[in-house]
Design a protein. Structure first.
Length: 452
């Protein structure tokens, strides 16, 4: 069924428009079907107000023709380009399924799967660079996942083909997504090249493997971090992160484009890390409860409801675990705790600087024990809301706790009370996970319980 019968302005009589896929500052993206062949295509329409002068349009035509010559399985194919005095219409391969952004928001991507996706994206960037194409907006939303763990890079598009004068915003501002924008892109006379794509690629790789962006914030604060702040080492953010992988990611985020690690070399160094050296994947960014997330490529686990046990005489009592999560304001002196630090800048919004955890075995006598874990969360002193949860010693995660922080409140204290009863031994660790305003995982604190 045709969604809108009045798309004559597109100049596509051989196609029927069946859905709108998206809309933004540079136009609209529509799903269309060829009336005879039945092939589905994505139609990107750019209105006249997004076009620059005629010379720029001519340059864009040449660049679009070059992009159409990029025949690579990891690049979304370009089928046709139609330019008029009032608009540009690009017909592209339609890739069903979800984007990497959607996947990262709802699923955990283990390191081997993440590196396979990154390898496809790096190959796509290399194939485009070979014909002079610069993407200028490498980010998870422009990576599309296929069955079998492969990926395609799309939206080279219209506003980002390698000449900043071809397409621009109405205000003449630079294009690209701030969270993935290379530092040199902020320079007034900068002409983008493949090294800017390498930077955006490294930001995306960091996000996939570490579980958070290297820089957080908005507006000038975020752009300033790209230009002047060194990203936290992944080894500081994630316990057990491979040092070689951390070094490679930071090399990809180098401020100087001449010293920056290219995307393909970054993938090669990540692949050189043994599979068993990677820690468990970080929790997905968009889920409040880890129990609702699944690994990429795996079906959600079936929910198992255990049978009600029959009473058995003289049998030792089963262990009962009772977690209690408490969030407190104020300051607490903590000694001997491991610390995870994230480089941050003072900004109007709340930011987490570091987190430490200690444990107090308040009652450790058999057959009952109580462990009180205390987290001290250092912030930049701004007001906002923290979202956090605990990984308990029994391997279960608590629900998400929201803590409202007033301006000047630093540090913030959170506690987990964990009770154990019965004769069954327990050995595990508790770990604090800060979910927002940025992701941070504190080093785990070990406990051991045994009844003689």
């Amino acid at each position: 069924m045709v969604l809108h019968p009045d798309h004559d302005y597109l100049g596509l009589p051989d196609y029927e428009i069946i859905a709108e896929l998206g809309r933004g500052g540079f136009g609209e993206v529509l799903l269309a079907r060829h009336r005879i062949l039945g092939r589905l295509v994505a139609v990107k329409h750019i209105p006249a107000q997004a076009l620059a002068d005629p010379e720029a349009v001519a340059r864009f035509r040449r660049e679009a023709q070059a992009l159409a010559r990029v025949q690579h399985p990891a690049v979304v194919s370009v089928y046709d380009l139609r330019l008029t005095d009032t608009s540009a219409v690009l017909l592209m391969e339609y890739v069903p399924g979800e984007s990497l952004r959607q996947t990262l928001d709802h699923r955990v991507v283990p390191a081997p799967a993440a590196i396979a996706i990154l390898a496809d994206v790096a190959d796509a960037l290399g194939a485009a660079a070979a014909v002079g194409i610069v993407h200028r907006d490498v980010k998870p939303a422009n990576v599309f996942l296929l069955a079998g763990g492969r990926a395609k890079l799309g939206d080279f598009g219209i506003a980002r083909i390698a000449d900043a004068e071809v397409f621009r915003t109405r205000d003449g501002l630079l294009t690209g997504t701030p969270a993935y924008l290379a530092p040199e892109s902020l320079l007034p006379e900068h002409e983008p090249d493949s090294r800017a794509d390498d930077y955006g690629f490294a930001v995306m790789a960091y996000e996939m493997l570490v579980g958070q962006l290297p820089f957080r914030g908005e507006g000038l604060s975020l752009l300033g971090q790209h230009g002047f702040v060194t990203a936290a080492s992944p080894a500081q953010v994630v316990q057990g992160f491979p040092p070689d992988a951390a070094e490679a990611l930071l090399a990809g985020l180098t401020k100087d484009p001449l010293q920056r690690l290219p995307a393909r070399e970054l993938v090669a160094r990540l692949r050189a890390v043994p599979i068993d050296a990677w820690p468990p994947p970080p929790p997905p960014a968009g889920t409040a409860q880890a129990a609702t997330s699944t690994l990429l490529g795996q079906a959600p686990p079936a929910r198992v409801i255990p049978p009600v046990p029959r009473p058995v005489a003289a049998r030792p009592a089963r262990r009962r675990r009772t977690p209690i999560v408490i969030a407190l304001a104020g300051s607490l002196v903590i000694a001997g705790a491991a610390t995870v630090t994230v480089v941050s800048t003072q900004a109007a919004e709340l930011a987490v600087v570091a987190a430490t955890v200690t444990v107090d075995p308040a009652e450790a006598s058999c057959p009952n024990a109580r462990y009180v874990f205390t987290a001290r969360i250092a912030t930049n002193g701004a007001a906002g809301r923290l979202r956090l949860r605990w990984l308990q010693p029994d391997g279960e995660r608590t629900g998400t706790t929201a803590v409202d922080v007033v301006k000047g409140q630093d540090p913030v204290t959170a506690r987990l009370q964990f009770d154990v009863t019965g004769g069954e031994p327990l050995r595990g660790s508790a770990r604090l996970e800060v979910l927002s305003p940025q992701r941070l995982t504190a080093a785990p604190v070990q406990v051991s319980y045994r009844c003689p």
